[in-house]
Design a protein around this ligand. Structure first.
Ligand SMILES: NC(=O)c1ccc[n+]([C@@H]2O[C@H](COP(=O)([O-])OP(=O)(O)OC[C@H]3O[C@@H](n4cnc5c(N)ncnc54)[C@H](OP(=O)(O)O)[C@@H]3O)[C@@H](O)[C@H]2O)c1
Length: 285
């Protein structure tokens, strides 16, 4: 279902973007992956998520190659800094290298990849300094559980956080217990990574073969993967960032913008893959 998601600073994006973990690592797939990302951009998936970690910069480089023909203002570029680089000693160099690899002057969002040992206030101060320098428009976090978010929002300028990027898919719904409510109360949209269970082959098999999933997908004339994506995209204040390395896959994901699941279908999915009853620690990949 197509939705517009608004960040606290007022900027809006579509609820579907493009992930890039593992893209750019195999030179023989370079052109195909560039085509895939461009197919997405041409079809409106202008939010692209990468990280300095991915392929040690190769993903950022691939994104840089893919976005060359486009106007910068038509794109929404997100990258992430390693926690060990997220302090005043390294972050300015990290950000500069990210910008160079992507061939742009400024990121739309710069995220702390996961909580680390650099004091959080130092990271926030550095993000704010990067904003002043015009290197990033805004910043956010990733893999932050409830207590991490509470700490962040208690800090000077912590309220400037624009998003929390977390693992979320139909078979991993722990965030629904408390974290999601906390983010909503504070008006912070969530970016859902691994929305189609990309990194868990065993779980993937179980979910993909569920009769409930197969039946609902069949009723809509879509694949089970498209159904998984539809489930995530139907959630409030949630941006799904599936990674796809072929134009065909990207196009199939774009088609999900037109899929709307009924209340009954959502209830059936709930029954087959319920959220946990109690809080569990945030899962990470
Ligand atoms: N913040 C974090 O810590 C964190 C952690 C993990 C991921 N992420 C971000 O989230 C993004 C998405 O997560 P992910 O890449 O781990 O997993 P994912 O998006 O759930 O799944 C990716 C897998 O799905 C396949 N796929 C995509 N579209 C498809 C389609 N229409 N039909 C069939 N298969 C399809 C891809 O295959 P092909 O490649 O062959 O198309 C790939 O194998 C990452 O790329 C990254 O940007 C962030």
């Amino acid at each position: 279902m197509k939705k517009t998601i608004q960040f606290p600073n007022g900027e809006s994006v579509l609820n579907l973007g493009q992930g890039t973990w593992k893209l750019g690592e195999d030179p023989s797939k370079h052109d195909q992956e560039v085509d895939a990302l461009r197919t997405g951009i041409d079809k409106g998936l202008t939010l692209i998520d990468t990280a300095e970690m991915y392929g040690s910069g190769k993903s950022e480089q691939l994104v840089g190659d893919a976005i060359k023909p486009y106007s910068r203002e038509d794109l929404f570029l997100v990258s992430k800094v390693y926690p060990h680089n997220a302090g005043e000693k390294n972050i300015f160099q990290s950000a500069e290298q990210t910008l160079q690899r992507m061939g742009v002057d400024e990121l739309d969002l710069y995220l702390l990849h996961w909580p680390g040992s650099v004091p959080l206030q130092e990271t926030v101060d550095c993000f704010e300094e990067l904003k002043r320098q015009g290197k990033i428009k805004n910043w956010g976090v990733s893999n932050f559980d409830l207590e991490d978010m509470q700490e962040l929002l208690s800090l000077r300028n912590g309220e400037n956080c624009q998003t929390n990027q977390v693992l979320y898919h139909l078979a991993s719904r722990g965030i629904e217990v408390v974290l999601r409510d906390y983010l909503r109360e504070n008006n912070i949209p969530m970016m859902a990574y691994c929305p189609i269970i990309g990194q868990e082959p065993d779980l993937k098999d179980k979910v993909y073969n569920s009769p409930t999933i197969k039946n609902i997908a069949k009723d809509h004339g879509i694949s089970v993967i498209q159904l998984l994506l539809a489930f995530v995209m139907q959630q409030e204040q949630t941006i799904a960032i599936p990674k796809a390395s072929s134009s065909d896959h990207v196009s199939q994901n774009v088609d999900v913008l037109d899929i709307s699941l009924s209340k009954e279908e959502m209830s059936l999915l709930d029954e087959a893959f319920p959220a946990p009853n109690e809080r569990i620690p945030l899962r990470v990949q």
